[in-house]
Design a protein. Structure first.
Lengths: 412, 306
């Protein structure tokens, strides 16, 4: 073999190596359809929330398919999306088996977890082992997001520990000296209570009441009188929807008055809670407002809330926060596919890291830390106020950037 | 002497071969794991219910105690997960020892008292004041030792142990004495059976199997909450599987769990809306026409059921 032939051989070989290294994505054939796997609960304790989240995700699928599918940068073309969904009936063991079914049998391209931390908990280790990126809409437990796990991304809510940041700042800024905190004993509520407690103590406010109650507490009347005995100015109740309903009902029945009362879920499940406790019970109480009660401006990705509401209402269903959360998860996956230069899970994760902090959707700023925990979305503080005859409105009172009015404090 | 164990040994070897071979043909390891879990629990329940007639509605209490016992040992004492599985079994046995006085009750009274005990245990474990030990209601995280394949084979080990125990009871004098207790405690006692000792041993063996199963489940799941491992669904599923298959044999609970759990998953996945109706009808028909379970059909046909 002559030197010239050898040189030619090396040039051709090097060119081939460079070509395949430079355009690895085109080496893979584009799939006919992008399969997204998810679970929902049609029965059991998580059914109401899970179904809403699932409806939001389904709506996103229908919207992208209406426009010919989702643009996949790795293949430089639009590809239709298919949703593979199973019913876990709110059972974790069943959910674990079904997540595995989606990963190993259905070989989905992208995986979305069911609502909340309990049903997400079984998906996190499976995603890690099978090296598939888990798009987690609402599983906010901090323990899911560890530096050694690169396969989970929280999409539509911040981790629960940072929810009360604005609330704590508001209490400190208002110089409310006597704060009572009662929380349901579960991961979600405890992490919020701990954050709030620590921030208040740091600011020199020692909560006058700080107690956990069982998550299945349905009667707060005795507790309310115990809280009253500590003479608090503000009463903060962290619970799930049934806790908030029971607490607000108990408060109304007891005729006790506090200068400020805060509960979580009226800002997320407004219609449901209003139906159960009545508008009057919500007057002058505070909450974390979320879309559709909260409208973000300067959205740079996906539709505005108004456009989304209009399109979604055309299906004959009502928008609540979890519908937005499910839809927003779809948007984050869409952005991932539009950004990822390769069609594999590590490229998806890299894409998420690339657009983190640069995307603002109808659900707010999308920003995740190195472990995949959501840090961009922030939950402001809002107050419900009477509006018209028997009606109810909402004023965002903190932070300043989102403020729509001043709080009525103390509550009349 | 050992010849009488051969049919049971055949069943055990077949089950081992199935669960070693199946992952090569079927990818969903979690389904196979859950199937083994319920097979082991069904055999564990069979020890106390099938041989002595005590039906523990709160059987899940042992399962949860084992899951937490194993997980706490792994997280606080930093022992290996396999040792944690054994600790889980031991914790469940200790729970069983505390609950031995319940065996003085019988029938529905025992079932209800046992159910209450399991719920009391759940509330103790989920108590926020015990956060430093049990993590209270906030869930326990074993992701640092998560190993799906090791967990799978540990579950197979527990299942083999449970089947071997039942095979022993099926073919030994001790098993016969338990069956005598089931028929009539007083007569058994008069015939020389130490009723209290025998039923207590069966109770603790049953607890040991459930505890080890719970510990492996916790290891395999990695992150779990008290509501997950003390869920009454675990008791209900196990009891139904045992009743469906038939009691006091190695094969009965295996048949029940294999058929019903597979059906639960395949119908539950394809047509979840019809699943509960189908399952309910099946159980009604079973109670009406096959009260002694599917194995009674084989027994009627003079087929020996190991």
């Amino acid at each position: 073999m002559s030197i010239k032939t050898l040189k030619t051989f090396f040039v051709v070989a090097a060119s081939a190596v460079l070509f395949f290294a430079a355009v690895p994505s085109f080496a893979k054939e584009a799939p006919k359809v992008i399969t997204i796997g998810t679970l929902y609960a049609s029965s059991g304790p998580f059914a109401t929330s899970s179904t809403s989240q699932y409806e939001g995700l389904k709506f996103w699928v229908s919207q992208v398919n209406k426009h010919g599918g989702v643009f996949v940068k790795a293949f430089n073309k639009k590809i239709p999306v298919k949703l593979a969904a199973y019913d876990d009936q709110s059972q974790t063991a069943t959910a674990g088996m079904l997540y595995n079914q989606l990963i190993t049998r259905d070989r989905v391209d992208m995986l979305v977890s069911d609502f909340g931390s309990v049903l997400t908990s079984v998906a996190v280790p499976l995603a890690k082992v099978h090296k598939i990126l888990l798009f987690d809409p609402t599983g906010t437990a901090a323990k899911f997001f560890t530096p050694d796990n690169q396969f989970v991304v929280l999409c539509s809510l911040p981790t629960s520990g940072i929810w009360p940041y604005a609330l704590a700042d508001f209490l400190v800024q208002k110089k409310i000296p006597r704060v009572a905190i009662v929380y349901s004993s579960n991961d979600f509520n405890q992490s919020q209570a701990v954050t709030l407690h620590d921030k208040l103590v740091k600011a020199g406010i020692n909560p006058v009441y700080y107690e956990a109650v069982p998550t299945n507490t349905s009667n707060y009347s005795v507790l309310l009188h115990s809280i009253q005995a500590t003479k608090p100015d503000a009463v903060i109740e962290f619970g799930f929807v049934p806790n908030d309903i029971a607490f607000l009902q108990g408060l109304q029945a007891s005729a006790l008055k506090f200068k400020m009362v805060f509960t979580i879920f009226p800002g997320q499940q407004f219609d449901l809670i209003k139906k159960n406790v009545g508008a009057k019970a919500l007057y002058y109480t505070y909450t974390y407002p979320t879309p559709p009660l909260l409208k973000y401006s300067d959205i740079n990705y996906g539709p505005s809330l108004d456009k989304f509401e209009k399109a979604y209402k055309a299906t004959g269903k009502k928008v609540d926060f979890l519908v937005v959360a499910g839809y927003n998860t779809g948007l984050i996956m869409q952005k991932t596919l539009e950004t990822a230069t390769g069609f594999d899970q590590s490229q998806f994760r890299k894409a998420v890291a690339d657009f983190s902090g640069k995307v603002k959707t109808l659900d707010g700023q999308f920003e995740v830390d190195a472990a995949g925990a959501q840090t961009g979305e922030m939950l402001p503080v809002a107050q419900f106020v009477p509006k018209g005859a028997g009606g109810i409105g909402m004023t965002i009172v903190y932070p300043k950037a989102l403020k729509t009015g001043s709080e009525v404090y103390p509550a009349p | 002497m050992l010849k009488k164990y051969f049919p049971s040994l055949g069943v055990i070897l077949a089950i081992v071969a199935i669960f070693i071979g199946l992952p090569h043909f079927y990818d969903n390891q979690s389904f196979l794991f859950n199937l083994m879990l319920y097979l082991a629990l069904a055999e564990g329940l069979n020890i106390i219910y099938g041989f002595t007639g005590y039906l523990p509605f709160g059987y899940v209490g042992f399962f949860g105690a084992g899951a937490y016992g194993g997980a706490i040992a792994i997280t606080l004492l930093h022992i290996s997960p396999l040792l944690g599985v054994l600790v889980g079994g031991v914790v469940a046995v200790l729970t069983g020892v505390i609950l031995i006085p319940l065996l003085r009750l019988s029938g529905a009274y025992f079932a209800i008292a046992n159910l209450a005990a399991s719920q009391a245990l759940y509330l103790v474990v989920a108590n926020p004041s015990l956060e430093k030990i049990t993590q209270g209601p906030y869930g326990i995280d074993l992701s640092s030792v998560y190993n799906a394949n090791a967990g799978y084979f540990a579950m197979l080990g527990v299942l083999v142990f449970a089947m071997a125990l039942v095979a022993y009871l099926r073919n030994s004098n001790f098993g016969l004495s338990l069956l005598a207790i089931k028929e009539d405690r007083v007569t058994a006692s008069l015939a020389g059976v130490n009723v209290i000792r025998a039923r207590s041993i069966a109770w603790m063996l049953s607890a040991f199997v459930a505890g080890m199963s719970g510990a492996v489940f916790g290891w395999y799941t990695a992150v779990f909450y008290p509501s997950t491992v003390f869920s009454l669904d675990v008791s209900v599923f196990t009891i139904v599987f045992v009743l469906f298959g038939g009691i006091a044999s190695v094969a009965g609970p295996l048949i029940g769990a294999l058929i019903l759990y597979s059906m639960y998953n395949f119908i539950g996945i394809s047509t979840p809306q019809y699943f509960q109706l189908f399952y309910g009808l099946l159980i009604v028909l079973l109670v009406l026409f096959l009260p002694d379970g599917v194995v009674s059909l084989l027994k009627k046909g003079k087929v020996y059921v190991p």
